[in-house]
Design a binder for this molecule. Sequence first.
Ligand code: SF4
Length: 104
Amino acid sequence: MMTAQQLREAGGVLKAIASNGVPSVKQVADAARVVAGTATRVAQGKSIHAPAQVIAARWAICSDCPLLLPSGKCDRAQGGCNCYMPAKHKLAASFCPLRKWAAV
Ligand code: SF4
């Protein structure tokens, strides 16, 4: 069972991720996968936050990715998720829509 604080934190991150206009079906499906992954982590007693080294590794990959926009979003027009990366990187269950984080 998630605590109220964990729910608020997960909700805040998901809200930041989704605050980019009307989401596509794929975005909704991906968000559902992140929510499920987050719930699983809580059920397993794991933190919902990504460790600092994982966040840094995600940034290193995104920084070299042509889909990362100056706004910090992942470019939806090129097949990206349209998520706001500073928020997305912090949630442990997040994933790259192009699977570029596979080694992270
Ligand atoms: S999440 Fe993936 S596709 Fe989006 S900017 Fe980062 S590496 Fe590129």
